[in-house]
Design a protein around this ligand. Structure first.
Ligand code: AMP
Length: 182
């Protein structure tokens, strides 16, 4: 496993939910920066995505945004990032996220976040990478998803290791500690 210097964060682009989600996303960004880790993420300035970036930037961290071209023209992207990369499409974007990062964190989010979690879990299963995937289970947000994944393993559509390899943390402190849990 390579040393972790950049961490990719997947999280909701929506800011319409309870403010506690944005507050914790901001705290995660700040904690990553304070731990000396750069944040790689989807480049948006909205919702939890904007909050993670702002948390890291305000704690003097580096934030690398990766946006697919078609999305860039449609939605606001963060203007204050350390680096912004524009990719041709969503597929190229995930490839670059994977290339630049040595760990993946999944915060609360919607369908896009779930897509990213499942895609990177698939890459682990296929041994395309061995980077840790961490779930930030803020206020038990992901309990039902983890329960579903255990059901999938019980029914033998994946292994229990596929599920147990996920690192699940309930607080920001646990999350940062779990990054170095080898
Ligand atoms: P969702 O969970 O459906 O809000 O989707 C959020 C995830 O999908 C993020 O981690 C992003 O990588 C990607 N994504 C969705 N919407 C945007 C957006 N407006 N700008 C950049 N990335 C986005």
């Amino acid at each position: 496993m390579s040393k972790i210097s950049r961490v990719c964060v997947f999280c909701g682009a929506s800011g319409q939910g309870d403010k506690k989600y944005q507050e914790q996303a901001y705290a995660v960004g700040a904690a990553l920066a304070q731990a000396g880790l750069a944040v790689v993420y989807g480049g948006s300035d909205t919702g939890l995505m904007g909050a993670v970036a702002n948390g890291a930037l305000e704690a003097k961290g580096k934030v690398i945004g990766i946006l697919p071209e078609d999305l860039k023209t449609q939605q606001g992207w963060h203007q204050g990032l350390t680096e912004t990369h524009i990719t041709k499409n969503f597929f190229e974007r995930k490839k670059l996220m994977a290339k630049l990062s040595q760990a993946f964190i999944v915060l609360p989010g919607g369908i896009g976040t779930a897509d990213e979690l499942f895609e990177f879990m698939t890459y682990t299963q296929l041994e395309y990478h061995d980077h840790p995937i961490l779930i930030f289970n803020q206020d038990n947000f992901y309990d039902k998803l983890i329960e579903f994944l255990r059901h999938v393993a019980d029914e033998k559509f994946c292994s229990h290791d596929d599920v147990n390899n996920l690192r699940v943390a309930s607080t920001v402190e646990e999350l940062i500690a779990a990054l170095h849990n080898d």
